[in-house]
Design a protein around this ligand. Structure first.
Ligand code: ADP
Ligand code: 5GP
Length: 212
């Protein structure tokens, strides 16, 4: 399957979306994806407990600390990190198989994980979602109502450290107006799909020669 009719490719593109907890990653992704074909979101493995309404195999694969350690030892994770006191990781085989099938994949992971992905898979495109201001980030985190006050403070402190790594990303989107952020994410994906790909050019050149 090709991800975009104007740019046939043999292998999908790996996108990574990160940014502070509460900045709006889920919200922006949920709105951007229905209007993009040929891209799918990876489901991470975590040792964190499910929040009300979260489903195993849909939001995350919820596993015990022992299962997580076993997956790590077996090399089953493309990247992994301890975030806010819990372990999170990206299933390697699923991501690689999906890319091989020509489908683009997007990971919604933290900054430590994004940097690991870039080191082991340099073609990955890293996109950072930033808040318009600190008070607005704090407001969004609290408005979600899923964390207690101590957790909110720890997440805000982590956010400052994450922002310091933004130069390692290919793109930055400020999530001020939601519609604008959604538009920018879709524009980045479209632009990356429009880069000339060596295999496509070689195939086209081959066709020109056999036509002549
Ligand atoms: P994340 O996935 O980054 O942790 P969420 O998508 O859960 O963040 O968003 C956190 C809160 O911020 C939610 O209540 C969401 O509705 C709100 N939010 C997201 N984007 C915006 C925006 N551009 N303007 C105002 N509120 C937003
Ligand atoms: P939450 O617990 O709020 O769902 O996620 C907390 C943080 O963990 C978010 O910043 C999210 O992006 C990050 N995260 C989710 N899955 C993964 C993953 O597989 N790897 C890494 N490194 N971070 C993840």
């Amino acid at each position: 399957m090709t991800a975009d009719s104007t740019a046939p490719r043999s292998r999908g593109i790996l996108f990574v979306l990160s940014g502070p907890s509460g900045v709006g990653k889920d919200t922006v992704l949920r709105q951007a994806l229905p209007r993009l074909r040929g891209i799918t979101v990876s489901i991470s493995v975590t040792t964190r407990a499910p929040r009300p309404g979260e489903r195993d195999g849909v939001d995350y694969f919820f596993v015990s600390a022992e299962e997580f350690a076993r997956l790590m030892e077996q090399g089953g994770l493309l990247e992994h990190a301890a975030v806010h006191g819990h372990f999170y990781g990206t299933p390697r085989a699923w991501v690689m198989d999906t890319l091989e099938q020509g489908m683009d994949v997007i990971l919604e992971i933290d900054v430590q994980g994004a940097i690991q992905v870039k080191a082991s898979y340099p073609e990955a495109i890293l996109i950072f979602l930033a808040p318009p201001s600190w008070p607005e980030l704090a407001r969004r985190l609290r408005s979600r109502g899923t964390e207690d006050e101590a957790t909110v403070r720890r997440r805000l402190e982590n956010a400052r450290q994450e922002l310091a790594k933004v130069e390692q990303y290919e793109y930055l989107i400020v999530n001020d107006r939601l519609r604008e952020a959604v538009h920018r994410l879709r524009a980045i994906i479209t632009a990356e799909r429009s880069r000339p790909n060596r295999q496509v050019i070689e195939r086209l050149l081959g066709e020109v020669q056999s036509d002549a």
